[in-house]
Write a protein that binds this ligand. Structure first.
Ligand code: TRP
Ligand code: ZN
Length: 881
């Protein structure tokens, strides 16, 4: 099918399946090149479907080998089998069984969807639509079945055989070198949650007893020899299971829970029932091969996939338009877990950084879409920051809006009422409307309307009346298919900061909901606070209470005052970011004067020196966030149009250098004060100290390259962990010269046998903001550490380059040209990886005219390439529309 002919799938067109599949019995003979799959399907007409409808099973690159209906062969004129579908024109209008036999080649499966081989391990990935690459099926999440899976393989080839649910039998196949395992999953599930694994794997095991008394065998499976790196994942798993019992009252529901790490994986991980399959990057950790960031992402992704067992698996989605029902909610849950395990303020800041960097930029460009899209061509292109991260923000807003108690009651109701069903966003919201006793119609618009709202705020103090009046207004820019926007329901958490801290909030205004919350649900609102003896500074959108942009015209001095005095830690952080952002936005435009930048840099440096002196050693994780300036890409997004990446980049360098020089001494002594003797520990407090030391190192490297290089060498030599070594390497990439190249070489030699570490090494080089980087990246493609067939390698080197603001956006267009070439090449083997890479162009429309023209030409060249996948053509078309 040509891309243009791909039908648009629409939410309004949903209708229940005509057929249901109650049971699936799979018998799978694993062979590297010819795996035989015998599927026995227990079918029946759906009472909610159309009577007399044909049965059309989905296939994808399949070949039918055998077909039996209730044990009998089916006459040739009664069915049709193509690679994409198996149709029974006039199936019996009663329950019947269908035996379908197919043969697939896991070794030739480079798309990494369906059944494939990853480093000699058989594994599967079925979400969103991979199951029809294994057998013909009704592949839609509202068709839920009970699976029994018999796996058979040569013992030497696959000593470990895993599938969903509980293990019910194992044995040897008589007179052969083969063995088998039978797994049964009592919980009906959609096909996208099916999984199997077969291979030679080591494991780490633990026993866990749930709060409601079930004994569960936990295991983490990894490549042979790597079980020593599975401990952190296991530890995280146990902690998140307890947390879900305590906080959401959710217990695990099988006797076995398995996690498997594979080295070739399109995304982060997958929540298959009882058998979570992970990108090994998000499982393997020890101090020598994982950074603090890796430890944190492992913890949160282990939790994310585990939490899906209730929010995703037991309650699944009716259709893929409801993807945010499981993803947004599950991201919210994993964010809360991390907040409880580590630091809540630091987690919030980190999440908002990510939201702005990924989702706000998506929302501002041609790929913008609602949290619940209305139509799609390729569902795999909708696993986006909007569905995941903005989806999580909607849950957070809901909680803010109705309060923690009604939120908890609504969750209880949701678990009780929707358990075992394939649900919709409406089903979900109905539970909260009920628990809170309020109408959520307006709130529900968040799921429908794309774009980031802007809140424009201004306030004035009336000394005579002792009152402060706050005017709030909102607008949402047009997005594709949505030219006119309605006002959203915006929960604006706020405070008024006076000389002695927060002032009491007294107001009769209708928009005030109490507890420091204003609900802005119209185009504008005015709130007047009374009984104020001094002019307050407003602290708005505390805790980032809504995924919106805020325009509030405070003076630098007022922002700097909030930075020290605001009771809300998020807004303390935000205040200093805002001052820095102003400086960078002003200096990053053509013809900008540098004097304003210098003056603001001095102010920021002064504020930082004071802050670090007071709190640097007390809360280093928070201080590290404070010390990290907005990235050049954040500034580009803030400027939003006619963007000159080089100007922004040099403004950023300049600001960092001035600040670094100004507070150099503070940074150096702070680094010393934060050094702790003793062995490495990945806990949040230790990680926070390393984060701040390394943030300081980066600033020093920019401000005083000679001193920075010396510190880098010392740190690299003394480090007993990857976090500090990698931070040294990253700081060194900021300083051109022989010493840098020498360190790059030493790092590679040290980690020659560690692909995941070399990914970081590849990425660090791909991010160097110098014209030589493109050639460097091309040369690295020939390095033994790189492989075009492995998604992690591609994301590190090629994806890293595409994230390099100045070099991807080279003024000669060579960056765009290279990425377009890579997209076209990758599309032939792995369309999902190719289409994600093409997403790097999502902000092309905000560029200045020359780059914009070059980026558009590169996109058009991709779009015009014959034989494109649906994944890539969908992104190319929408990006250009
Ligand atoms: N459901 C997975 C998660 O968020 C996402 C996922 C994993 C996925 N692998 C995929 C989505 C492949 C699409 C394709 O936890
Ligand atoms: Zn998920």
């Amino acid at each position: 099918m040509r891309a243009d002919d791909t039908p648009l799938i629409r939410l309004e067109a949903y209708r229940p399946s005509d057929w249901l599949i109650d049971t699936v019995d799979l018998d799978i003979q694993l062979e590297p090149q010819a795996t035989r799959v015998r599927a026995q399907l227990g079918l029946r007409p759906n009472p909610a479907g159309r009577p007399g409808a044909p049965l059309v099973l989905d296939g994808d690159e399949l070949a039918l080998e055998r077909l039996l209906l209730d044990g009998q062969p089916v006459a040739a004129d009664l069915y049709e089998a193509t690679s994409q579908a198996l149709t029974l024109h006039a199936p019996p209008q009663r329950a019947f069984t269908l035996l379908v036999e197919t043969v697939v080649d896991p070794s030739a499966n480079t798309k990494l969807m369906g059944l494939y081989r990853s480093s000699n391990v058989y594994c599967t990935q079925c979400e969103a639509d991979g199951f029809p690459r294994i057998t013909y099926f009704l592949d839609r999440p509202d068709v839920m079945s009970v699976y029994t899976v018999r796996l058979e393989a040569r013992k030497a080839d696959a000593p470990v055989l895993l599938s969903n649910g509980n293990l019910v039998a194992t044995g040897e196949v008589a007179n052969s070198d083969r063995h088998f395992a039978v797994w049964h999953d009592p919980h009906p599930k959609p096909a996208y949650l099916f999984a199997l694994v077969g291979g030679a794997l080591d494991h780490l095991r633990e026993r866990y007893v749930t709060a409601d008394g079930r004994a569960v065998e936990l295991a983490v499976y990894v490549e042979p020899g790597k079980a020593g790196r599975a401990g952190w994942a296991m530890d995280s798993l146990i902690r998140c299971m307890r947390w879900d019992e305590r906080v959401f009252g959710r217990n695990y529901d099988l006797d076995v829970f398995n996690v498997v790490a594979v080295s070739d994986f399109n995304m982060g991980a997958m929540e298959n029932k009882g058998l979570n399959i992970f990108n090994d990057k998000y499982v393997l950790a020890d101090p020598q091969t994982a950074t603090d960031g890796d430890y944190a992402s492992i913890e949160s992704i282990i939790a994310h996939e585990y939490f899906h067992n209730w929010t995703g698996n037991r309650i699944t989605c009716r259709d893929w338009f409801q993807l945010c029902l499981k993803e947004g909610l599950t991201v919210f849950r994993d964010q809360e877990f991390t907040a409880d395990e580590r630091s809540r303020p630091v987690k919030r800041i980190a999440d908002v950084r990510t939201l702005r960097a990924t989702q706000f930029s998506e929302d501002a460009g041609p790929l913008a879409h609602p949290v619940r899209p209305r139509a799609y061509k390729e569902i795999n292109n909708f696993y986006t920051p909007t569905v995941y991260e903005k989806g999580a923000e909607l849950i957070r807003m809901l909680k803010t809006l109705i309060g923690a108690e009604a939120f908890a009651a609504g969750m209880e109701l949701y678990f009780a009422r929707c358990d075992g069903t394939a649900a919709t966003v409406e089903d979900f919201l109905a539970c909260f409307a009920e628990s809170a006793g309020r109408d959520l119609t307006h709130f529900a618009q968040w799921y429908e309307q794309a774009g980031t709202p802007t809140i424009v705020a201004s306030g004035r103090y009336d000394a005579a009346a002792r009152s402060y009046t706050l005017d709030l207004a909102q607008t949402t820019p047009p997005t594709p298919g949505q030219p006119d926007k309605a006002p959203m329901l915006l929960p604006v958490a706020l405070g008024l900061v006076g000389s002695q801290g927060d002032l009491p909030l007294r107001t009769q205004s209708e928009a005030y909901a109490g507890d420091g919350l204003v609900i802005l649900d119209r185009t504008s609102a005015t709130v007047t606070f009374t009984g104020l003896d001094e002019a307050p500074i407003p602290s708005l959108l505390r805790g980032f209470s809504a995924p919106a942009r805020l325009e509030l015209d405070l003076a630098d001095a007022e922002l700097l005052r909030l930075f020290t005095a605001d009771s809300d830690s998020f807004n303390r952080w935000q205040a200093l970011q805002s001052v820095a952002m102003r400086a960078l936005v002003a200096a990053g435009r053509p013809g900008a004067e540098t004097s304003a930048l210098t003056a603001r840099a001095q102010d920021i440096a002064e504020a930082l020196a004071l802050f670090l002196g007071r709190h640097g050693t007390g809360d280093p994780a928070f201080a590290a966030q404070v010390l990290r300036l907005p990235a050049p890409a954040d500034v580009a997004r803030e400027i939003g149009r006619d963007v000159h990446p080089d100007l922004i980049f040099s403004a950023h360098r300049q600001l960092a250098a001035i600040i670094g020089r100004q507070i150099g001494r503070t940074l150096t002594s702070l680094r010393e004060a934060l050094t702790r003797p003793g062995p490495f520990s990945p806990d949040a407090a230790s990680a926070g100290r390393r984060a701040l030391r390394n943030e300081a190192l980066g600033l020093i490297a920019l401000a005083e390259p000679a001193q920075g290089a010396a510190l880098v060498q010392a740190q690299f030599a003394e480090a007993d962990n990857l976090t500090d070594r990698l931070a040294a390497l990253a700081a060194m990439t900021l300083i051109p010269g022989e010493a840098r190249e020498e360190l790059i070489g030493r790092f590679a030699a040290l980690y020659a046998e560690e692909p995941l570490v070399l990914d970081k090494w590849l990425m660090a080089q791909a991010l160097i903001a110098e014209p030589g980087t493109l050639d460097r990246v091309k040369a690295l493609m020939a390095h033994r550490a790189f492989a075009l067939g492995n998604p992690n390698r591609v994301r590190a080197l090629i994806g890293g380059f595409a994230a390099n603001l100045t070099q991807f956006n080279r003024i000669d267009g060579a960056g765009y040209h290279f990425i377009a070439d890579m997209v076209i090449a990758l599309d032939r083997t792995n369309p999902q990886v190719a289409s994600r890479l093409l997403g790097s162009f999502k902000s092309w429309r905000m560029l200045e005219p020359v780059r914009k023209g070059l980026a558009e030409a590169a996109l058009a060249r991709v779009a015009q390439t014959p034989g494109l996948s649906r994944d890539v053509s969908d992104i190319a078309e929408r990006a250009l529309a």
